[in-house]
Design a protein around this ligand. Structure first.
Ligand SMILES: *Cc1c(COP(=O)(O)O)cnc(C)c1O
Length: 400
C-alpha cells in the first residue's frame, strides 16, 4: 500500500488553494435591484415592502399569518411571548441547537428543560420530551435540525395531551416538508432566520408563521414596543396616539431587508433543488466509507438541507473529532461543528448546574459530528475537493 499523502496539517500541500467556507450566501443582480427600489421609495422601514414579503412568505409556507422580525432570535423571543410563557413556567427543548433557541425561553424568565434527540434525524425525541414533563411545562420547542423536520405529528400528540403550545425553530428548514406539509404550519408557531448562512439572506432577519389570529396579533404588538397599532396604519387613519399596552421591543425588519428577502424567496425552490443535488453527490461519494454515518432523511420528509453533518464512527477513526476538524481546515475545507449541546455551554452549566449525561444521545452525536461545506453555488469541483481532503485525512487517521 502507498504511504498516505502528507497532510497540510503537517506541512503537506492543502487539498485546495483557497478556503471553501461551510456556507455562503448568494446575491443576484435582481436582489440588488430590489434593494435599490426600496431605497428609492418613500419607506425604508415600516412600509409596504414588509407587508409584501410577509404575504409572499405566508403563501410559500401555506400559513395564515407571517410576522417579520429583525432576526431569527427576535422571532423566537416573539414566539415565546406569544405562547405567554411566564416566570416559573418551563418549556421542553432540544440541546442540539444554536443557543438562541433556549435563550428565548430565558428572555421571558421561563426555564428550558432539555430532552434528548432521536439518533437518526437528530431532532427532539417525542418520548424523551414526554418524559421531561412537569406540572410547570407550558410549551415544547423543537428544531428542524439541519433542515430535517422534527417528528411533528408525534410531538403535537405529546403536547396536545398536556395542553402545551408547540413552537418549531425552523431556522434551518425554510422550504422543508413533513408528510406533504411545509415547515411553517407544523407547529402552533414556527420561527425562521434570514441570516446569510440560512436559505434566505437578508443580512439579518426573521419570521414567525402561525395560523392563530391571536398569536399573530400578539407577535405584531411585541415587535413594535407593545404598541397595538403600527405607524403606517396610524398615518392612514390620521391618528397620532401610539398606545402601548404591553412591554415589547423594537424587533421590526426594515423595508430594505424585506425587499432583499422577498427577491430571494422567489428563488427558494431553485436553491432547495441545488442543496438537494449537493447532498446527493456527497451521499454517493461517501456511500461505501465505513468511517462515516451520513445524515438521514425520513421517506415521508424532505429536508431543506441547510447543512450536511456527518458523524465519525468511533470504532473506525482513531483520532479525536477536533483533530480531524483541524486537519480538514488545514486542507482549506471550512468544516465546522453544529453544535456544542446547549446544556454544556458555560452559561448553562453555571446557571443550572448541568453536566454531561443529561442527554447522552445528543452529547454523543455532537461529539462525533463534522459539518461539511454545503451552499447552493458550490460546484462539482468543490465537492470533489471536500471528498478528496476527507479521504486524505481519514486515510491518515483511519483505524488500520
Ligand atoms: C440561525 C439560528 C437561529 C438564530 O437566528 P438569527 O437570525 O441568527 O438570530 C436560531 N436557531 C437556530 C437553530 C439557528 O440556526
Amino acid at each position: 500500500m502507498a504511504a498516505p499523502e502528507k497532510l497540510a496539517l503537517f506541512g503537506g500541500t492543502p487539498a485546495r488553494a483557497t478556503l471553501l467556507p461551510y456556507g455562503r450566501h448568494e446575491i443576484t443582480p435582481e436582489d440588488i435591484d430590489a434593494v435599490v427600489r426600496a431605497l428609492r421609495s418613500d419607506w425604508i422601514t415600516g412600509g409596504p415592502a414588509v407587508a409584501k414579503f410577509e404575504a409572499a412568505f405566508a403563501a410559500h409556507a401555506a400559513s395564515r399569518h407571517a410576522v417579520s422580525f429583525s432576526s431569527g432570535t427576535a422571532a423566537l423571543h416573539g414566539a415565546v411571548y406569544a405562547a405567554a410563557l411566564r416566570p416559573g413556567d418551563e418549556a421542553i427543548t432540544t440541546p442540539l441547537t444554536f443557543c438562541a433557541t433556549a435563550n428565548a425561553i430565558l428572555y421571558q424568565s421561563a426555564e428550558p428543560r432539555f430532552a434528548d434527540i432521536d439518533d437518526a434525524t437528530l431532532t427532539l425525541d417525542p418520548d424523551a420530551a414526554a418524559a421531561r414533563a412537569s406540572p410547570r411545562t407550558r410549551a415544547l420547542i423543537a428544531v428542524d435540525f439541519a433542515g430535517h423536520p422534527a417528528d411533528w405529528d408525534q410531538l403535537r400528540a405529546v403536547a396536545a395531551r398536556r395542553g402545551w403550545i408547540t413552537i418549531a425553530d425552523a431556522a434551518h428548514a425554510t422550504g422543508a416538508e413533513y408528510r406533504g406539509r411545509r415547515a411553517g404550519t407544523l407547529a402552533d408557531l414556527t420561527t425562521f432566520s434570514f441570516h446569510p448562512v440560512k436559505h434566505i439572506a437578508a443580512g439579518e432577519g426573521g419570521m414567525v408563521t402561525t395560523d392563530n389570529d391571536d398569536f399573530a396579533a400578539r407577535l405584531r404588538r411585541f415587535r413594535n414596543h407593545g404598541i397595538a397599532s403600527e405607524a403606517r396604519e396610524r398615518q392612514a387613519r390620521g391618528e397620532w396616539q401610539a398606545e402601548m399596552v404591553d412591554l415589547g421591543y423594537n424587533y421590526r425588519l426594515s423595508d430594505i431587508a424585506c425587499a432583499l428577502a422577498r427577491s430571494q424567496l422567489a428563488r427558494l425552490d431553485d436553491q432547495l433543488a441545488a442543496r438537494r443535488r449537493l447532498r446527493t453527490a456527497y451521499d454517493a461519494a461517501f456511500a461505501a466509507w465505513p468511517e462515516l454515518t451520513l445524515p438521514a432523511e425520513r421517506p415521508d420528509c424532505r429536508s431543506a438541507w441547510h447543512i450536511y453533518p456527518v458523524r465519525l464512527r468511533a470504532d473506525r477513526v482513531r483520532a479525536p473529532r477536533d483533530e480531524i476538524l483541524r486537519a480538514l481546515r488545514a486542507e482549506n475545507i471550512g468544516a465546522t461543528v453544529h453544535y456544542t449541546p446547549v446544556h454544556l455551554l458555560p452559561y448553562y452549566r453555571e446557571r443550572f448546574g448541568y453536566a454531561r449525561g443529561l442527554c447522552p444521545r445528543a452529547e454523543a452525536a455532537a461529539a462525533a459530528s463534522i459539518t461539511l461545506p454545503l451552499f447552493p453555488r458550490m460546484t462539482d469541483d468543490d465537492i470533489a475537493d471536500v471528498v478528496r481532503a476527507l479521504r486524505k485525512v481519514l486515510d491518515y487517521f483511519g483505524s488500520n
